[in-house]
Design a protein around this ligand. Structure first.
Ligand SMILES: *Cc1c(COP(=O)(O)O)cnc(C)c1O
Length: 399
């Protein structure tokens, strides 16, 4: 991660195809577009990449999560269980539908804790939103069992785990619906974009219509299309899809580089006995977009994080003190600072956040350091970086 590091001729060629005919919208204008349907082509590619029968491209990963939930009928007053450690998009995508995010603890996978999910289920629970954070995954088998027991939908946010697999299946293809982001910093990028993947024809048709004002996309006259139900506009443009089309063809190359760089750093750190790594569930293969490790206590993690910054080791984070990815700093959510009135149901549904603490999540996140694995490093740079990281950690531990 991220794919933009390696932009090149392929991206330019795909974008120029679109600019040459001027049709930068994904639907309609059949006569003008000289056979270029970049969004459709990218959807076909992604069916193979994510081994899913159906793919609907949308305007962002946040839109993908919201469209996925809407397509499966999640809405006003429904509760959606989600992890405390994720990107803010997770609760945004739930709340835009009038549904209620129910935050629960993670475990040492850095994904949802199956026991915490089971405890949080109420008669209002509709779905479990699993977020595959930092290139790896939650314990999917245990989570599927909880979902089956309570008859809940599983929506899998794999925005940060493009290319990871679980028991041979691509992450994102395991739940009832999967969501991807192709924003500027993801493993493959469109600039802005996202995708909903599913094996359900019904969910797919819903996502296709809902993300384009409810248009039924039957025939080739947009003006004559009917609206079987209400929708909004979460469309991707042809220009964005063109960039993604070039990038997805390079995904195997990106993943190979990530893995190589990841292994060099992991090996160097694994020689330090105090360093432990996140648990990857049995049958899981990380995408290697990030390397996540734990230090013995939060104090050491804070010190190492600071020493990394001072020592020129960029792109490593201790998420405990991060505004974007952990419940601790989401005051705007806890205090419901909304520009517009929020429904009574959601207000009441979120009251628990005023007082609830998440000790188990704190236990993992406060000791964790998450390092981005870049694609543009040379082998020499990675080796030097790995040695420097190990030296810094040892120095902090020995003080
Ligand atoms: C990036 C990301 C999103 C949102 O994607 P955007 O395309 O930026 O809207 C959602 N969930 C996770 C876990 C992400 O990392």
């Amino acid at each position: 991660m991220p794919g933009f590091e390696l932009f090149g001729d392929l991206e330019r060629k795909e974008v120029n195809d679109v600019l040459d005919n001027g049709v930068i919208m994904r639907y309609g204008f059949d006569g003008m577009r000289k056979g270029h349907w970049k969004a459709k082509e990218l959807e076909r590619e992604l069916q193979d990449t994510f081994q899913s029968k159906h793919v609907q491209l949308v305007s962002s990963g946040t839109a993908a999560v919201s469209v996925a939930l809407a397509s499966a009928g999640v809405g006003a007053g429904d509760e959606v269980i989600m992890p405390t450690f994720t990107f803010v998009a997770s609760f945004e995508a739930i709340m835009i539908l009038g549904a209620i995010p129910v935050l629960v603890d993670i475990d040492d996978t850095l994904g949802l804790n199956p026991e915490a999910i089971a405890k949080a289920v109420t008669p209002k629970t509709k779905a479990i939103m699993v977020v595959q954070m930092c290139g790896s995954m939650a314990n999917m088998e245990a989570i599927q069992n909880v979902a089956n027991t309570h008859n809940l939908l599983v929506v899998e946010d794999a925005c940060q785990a493009i290319g990871g697999t679980y028991k041979g299946k691509p992450l994102g293809s395991i739940g009832d619906l999967g969501c991807f982001s192709f924003d500027f910093v993801k493993t493959i990028t469109c600039g802005e974009g996202g995708a909903v993947v599913t094996n359900s024809k019904d969910y797919y048709v819903n996502a296709d219509h809902y993300s384009d004002h409810g248009h039924d996309h039957i025939g080739n006259d947009r003006g004559a299309e009917t609206h079987p139900f209400l929708g909004y506009n979460f469309r991707i443009s042809e220009l964005h899809a063109a960039v993604g089309l070039a990038q997805v063809k390079r995904l195997p190359e990106f993943l190979a580089i990530q893995k190589k760089n990841f292994n060099i750093i992991r090996e160097a750190l694994s020689e330090i006995p105090e360093v432990t790594f996140r648990t990857v569930p049995e049958g899981g293969e990380e995408s290697c977009a990030f390397l996540n490790f734990f230090l013995p206590d939060s104090e050491t993690a804070t010190k190492v994080s600071k020493a990394f910054t001072e020592g020129g080791i960029d792109a490593c984070w201790n998420y405990y003190n991060n505004n974007w990815h952990y419940i601790r700093r989401w005051e705007h959510l806890k205090e419901l600072k909304s520009l517009f009135p929020i429904s009574k149901e959601v207000k009441e549904g979120l009251k628990y956040l005023e007082t609830k603490t998440f000790e188990i999540s704190d236990h993992y996140i406060a000791r964790n350091i998450s390092c981005l694995i870049k694609l543009s490093w040379t082998e020499k740079e990675v080796i030097a970086r790995a040695e420097k990281m190990a030296d810094i950690i040892k120095r902090v531990l020995n003080k």
